[in-house]
Every structure is written in C-alpha cells, then in structure tokens.
Design a protein around this ligand. Structure first.
Ligand SMILES: [Zn+2]
Length: 509
C-alpha cells in the first residue's frame, strides 16, 4: 500500500504536500469531496475509518479530511484526557494578541510561572497541534536509524526554512535559534528510528521495510518542528530558544556529536522529554519528573570463550567452549544477586548467546552479548571486573581463552534538582492539578540526553502517551508501538513551559 496521510484542513495538506515533495516524494492531493465516509472503509486514520480510492500513481496520497468529526469514542476519550489543550482552535487558529504571546516569562517568588505566561504557551501548543500531527506522521513514514538520517534531516530542514528559520548543521543534526536577547534555553528532540519491522497497520506506517519509529522520536521531532514554526514569525521576547534536532540517540552517541559541534554554546539550560510508557508510575497524559539520577548508565559487553572444535561425538579431542559459556551466563546471575549492594538499582542481562553451527560440530568459539545498567560508578566497575574474573576463571579451569569486550555506553542521566523543580512546577501549572508526578523509581533505560546534563543544568521528563481505550498500550521498541497524538500538545506545552521556567530562573539569576 502506498503512503496515505490525512489532514483536517486544506492549508495543512498543502504544507505537507510541499514538504513531502521537497523530500523527493511525489504527492497526489485529494480533497474531502471525493472521499467516501461510508461503511466500505479501507483505512483507519486517527480513529476514523476512511475509504480511499484504489488507484493513485504518486508515492503518497494526502487527503483533506476532517477525520475528527468521525472519531471513535476511544479517540474522543483521548482528546478529553488532554483537555483543555485540544479544544477546537476557533478563529482559524490565529492569535489575536500575538505580540505579547511570548513575552519574557514572569515568575513568582516561589519560581512558578505567571498565569499569563502559561496561557500564552497553551495557545502556542494549540496553534501547533495540527502541524505536530502532520509532521509526526510524515516523519513516521520515513524512519531512518543511526547517525545519518538524510531524508529525516531534509524534511526538518525544509520545514524550518519554509517557516523562515535558518537551521544550521550540527553533528549529524540541526539546530535553529529564535529570539533576539536574553538567556538561551534549548529544547531537544531526537530524530532516529530503529532497525525493526513495524506491525502497527497505521495508514502512515513505515514505508521502509525493516525500519520503524518504535520509540516515539517521530513525535519528539514532529512536535518540536511544529513549535519552531510557531515561534519563527513571533519570537520570544526577553529570552531565546534553541531547537535541537539530534540524530543517533539509539546507541550512536548522537548527543556527543551535537555537543562537539557546539550545540550547547551559549546555553543557560536545556529541557527535553520522552514519550511512550517509560514508567509504571505514570498514567496516560501524565508527566513524570525525577530530580537527580533518572535513567541508568547503559553499558554493553561481549564475552567470548575460545577453544578448539571438532566432532560432537569426540569431545575429548576438542576444547569445548559451550559449557564454559553456559556457566558464565549463570555466573552473571550470581554476580548480580550477590555482589553489588542490593539496595542499588542495577540490571545485568545477557541477551544473546552465539556458538556452533550444527548439532554434531563442537565450535571453536562461543560468545554472548549483554548489558549492564547502573547508577553508581562503583557498581559499574564491580560488574565489569566480576565478569572478567568469572570468565578468566572458567577459561583457566577448562583450558580455554576468554575475552571480555566492555563498551561504555551512555552515562547515567542526572537531572539538575533546581531545574527539575522549576520545570515541574511550570508543567503542573500548565497541565493542571495531577498532571505531573514525582517518580520514585528511576528508569533502567539509557538516554544520551545525559551528556547534555553533564554540561548544562536542565531537566529531562517523561510523558506517558498511552491510551488503553484506543488500544495504544504497547511499550517502546515494540512493533506495535505508537503514541496517542491527542497528547502531542502536552508534549509541546510541557517543553515550552519548562523552557520558560528555566528562562525565568536564568533572568532572576
Ligand atoms: Zn527513545
């Protein structure tokens, strides 16, 4: 099936069409009059079932369809959850008092943002909502993995330029600044997908076999792009914003490339968020915060035993690495449960074992791959040295050689306590009572936002974008993963309120 996008309004459809075309995709535009809202439905778009024509020549079909009129109950419920952010835009979505929308964020003595500041940012999120969905879907269809994301970067660059911004290349990604003076606060979105097949069945599912946006980075980038468009013509007054679009978050150290190329230069603070289901403590639409350590250091290792192979019927003529590897896998479980302080959060998992090629051939070599997730440097060192000792001991016992290749991953993500308090207070004010939660347990996942936080104060937060009523329940990195698009305004508003709070704090000094 070719790619199908639905946009509620003609103007959005035209923007999407030009963006797709600038990425080399041929597009056919079809307006609502030709669409069939009858029971012979072919595709489901955002909870609405549409019939689309069988034949079209272009790579993509952009439908102008007000699908929101025919949302299912589930989607309507999702919209309710996100209230008041997704209420109809009215007045064709144009701000009437644009000049004071983004004025310097005034903060009360206790650090909370003024109500007028929050209201202005709510309005921005409302204005950007439709574009956030359109961008997210366009990016979702063209997932790329790793550091080099040519089509994704081209799409984002084209949209930023179309909005009148001047994006700059920076370490495999892009940055764009708005505002004339005042403290500079960054909002970061990652852009990379994953090398896995998508099974969501969404109308805008991946067009690239074997690649998928299964971690919501399409939502991060789509939402930030929509925000950037809003600020392009009406920059903030009294503070500046930097939009960071980063590649290679999924294990490729993309943040380090950005930092090496100056993305943090001049920054006072940084904020970023992750969608999906990253904490059991959060309900749909809820934002989660944690001062201090929030996500684990994520190292990986390969352990290998080498002996000499031979016939499976004559093990005495071989030095068999398989039993040693099996014992090593079990030793890792004992190391995990006996050696580190059991009150510390940490994980040691062996996730892949390899060795041999047939039922009757003893191999020369057997190996395994695993990951260690820790918060304390001492725990990290302990696990590494214990695995080394166990492997060498087993190898010595059985006449094998052993090698442990340890690859340091991202460091633990440690939120600045003051920044986290400021951002959380602003997001709570923006979302309403109960919209945020202070989490008690950290995530054992890794995140290279940790590198930014090593250099500038800031806050990383989670937004739960599940919607059980709409069947949006799958975890990040699952082939059915998706996000509730009705919550994208919350993603935008949370980052904007957080950035404004950090700007207010910087102005206060
Ligand atoms: Zn992710």
């Amino acid at each position: 099936m070719k790619q199908i996008y639905a946009c509620p309004y003609q103007e959005e459809a035209l923007v999407l069409k030009s963006l797709l075309e600038s990425a080399g995709i041929t597009v056919e535009l079809l307006s609502g009059g030709k669409l069939d809202f009858n029971p012979l439905f072919d595709v489901e778009i955002n909870g609405c079932l549409l019939r689309v024509p069988d034949e079209f020549e272009a790579d993509a079909l952009v439908l102008v369809a007000d699908y929101r009129r025919t949302r299912t109950d589930a989607a309507a419920k999702a919209a309710t959850l996100a209230k008041p952010l997704t209420k109809p835009l009215g007045n064709a979505g144009r701000a009437t008092n644009a000049a004071d929308q983004f004025a310097a964020p005034a903060a009360d003595a206790d650090g909370t943002l003024a109500a007028a500041t929050i209201a202005g940012l709510c309005r921005v999120a409302e204005l950007a909502a439709r574009q956030a969905v359109a961008h997210r879907r366009a990016l979702h269809a063209i997932p790329e993995a790793g550091l080099d994301l040519p089509d994704t970067v081209a799409y984002i660059r084209a949209a930023l330029q179309a909005a009148g911004l001047q994006p700059r290349d920076c370490g495999h990604g892009l940055i764009a600044d708005v505002g004339a003076k005042g403290p500079l606060i960054a909002i970061r979105a990652d852009m990379d997908g994953l090398p896995m097949a998508e099974a969501t069945g969404l109308a805008f599912a991946s067009r690239r076999p074997g690649f998928m946006h299964a971690c919501g980075h399409d939502a991060h980038s789509g939402a930030l792009l929509a925000v950037a468009e809003q600020f392009a013509s009406r920059p903030p007054e009294g503070y500046r914003l930097r939009f960071i679009f980063q590649a290679g978050e999924e294990g490729f150290f993309g943040a380090r490339h950005m930092i090496d190329n100056g993305c943090l230069d001049g920054l006072s603070a940084i904020v970023g968020a992750h969608v999906g289901d990253l904490s059991e403590e959060l309900g749909p639409g809820q934002a989660g915060f944690m001062a201090g350590p929030m996500m684990a250091a994520s190292d990986r290792f390969e352990a290998s035993f080498t002996g000499s192979g031979g016939h499976g019927s004559a093990p005495h003529q071989t030095v068999d690495p398989i039993p040693a590897l099996a014992q090593f896998v079990m030793a890792a479980q004992v190391i995990r449960s006996r050696q580190p302080d059991q009150r510390h959060p940490l994980v040691l998992s062996i996730c892949q074992v390899a060795g041999g090629s047939a039922f009757n051939i003893i191999p020369d070599r057997a190996s395994c791959l695993g990951t260690a997730r820790t918060f304390a440097a001492a725990d990290q060192a302990l696990l590494r040295h214990s695995l080394e000792k166990a492997g060498h001991g087993l190898a010595a016992a059985y006449g094998l050689t052993f090698q442990l290749n340890w690859m340091d991953g991202y460091p633990a993500l440690v939120n600045d306590a003051a920044a986290t308090g400021q951002v959380r207070a602003a997001v709570e004010a923006a979302f309403g009572p109960g919209g945020t939660r202070l989490m008690t347990a950290p995530s054992m996942g890794g995140e290279d936002f940790a590198y930014y936080l090593q250099q500038v104060p800031g806050c990383f937060w989670f937004l739960n974008t599940q919607n059980p009523a709409a069947g949006i329940v799958h975890p990040n990195h699952h082939s059915h993963f998706t996000v509730d698009e009705a919550l994208l305004p919350r993603l935008m508003l949370g980052n904007l309120a957080g950035a404004a709070a950090l700007a207010a704090a910087a102005i206060r000094g």
